[in-house]
Design a protein around this ligand. Sequence first.
Ligand code: OGA
Ligand code: MN
Length: 286
Amino acid sequence: MSIRVNPVSACMGAEIVGLDVRRQFNDEAFAIVEKAFHDHMVIAIRDQSLSAEDQKAFSRRFGPLEVQANSTYAIPGHPEVLIISNDLVDGKPVGLIDAGDHWHTDSQSRAIPSRATILHAIRNPSQGGDTFFANMYAAYDSLSDDVKRRISGLHGVNASSKLKNPRVVVSQRRPDADDFYASRLGKPDVLHPIVRVHPVTKRKALYLSPRFTIAIAELPDEEGQPLLDMLFEQQMRPKFRYDHKWRDGDLVMWDNRCLMHCASGGYTYPDVRRMHRTVIVGEKPE
Ligand code: OGA
Ligand code: MN
């Protein structure tokens, strides 16, 4: 077995080649992948061909799986595997079409947000469909000491419903989106520290996002909103970014505790994109 881990940008990300996770995912291979995941934050294992069952088996090596929040678009019989797609059958969407369309980290509006998200690229469009990632260790590290002092101990207020957040829009490409986000208006907001210590690497990362974070708990909006704008700008600086261009068969896993990501869009039906998504249960941010 010769598994190779190749960094894909100066700032984050690695591809892993020479591994068939269906056949060779023994302890040695697992250790290599887990280390690459912690070192590079987002990894793309190339050339995989996995059934829903195979993807669940791979994913479970990293921890228990979440049941997908949006059950409408789960693979029948596999509530842990969500279809992300713009494909239509008889005019009806087979998958979630607007997943990740603003900068975010997964399930930040829950008390226990997701640890890692795994997408298997089943089919890519002929253009567009990239996923953008941003390194939140680097975004934190390069703040001035003054700003680091100012944000230390502050908490972001994170909202589940997009309708509570003037910085985002609800996609009109998804027929049930307005109802879905209206149904979440009653969900209580969740507070998380803006500076999060990664439980494994022990490094500090900025932990807030334009999609979920609508206020700073300890500050009135006159102070909190400009601070959020400044931090969001910092988080999205090009130098912290890696843009993943998908290949069919990519099995990509990212760490929601130290990066943000965003779906770039840029493709239109009948140019079809289809991903299968599994998610590892996380821990309370500290
Ligand atoms: C997600 C997500 C982005 C994409 O699955 O959590 O944000 O490019 N996906 O599909
Ligand atoms: Mn996401």
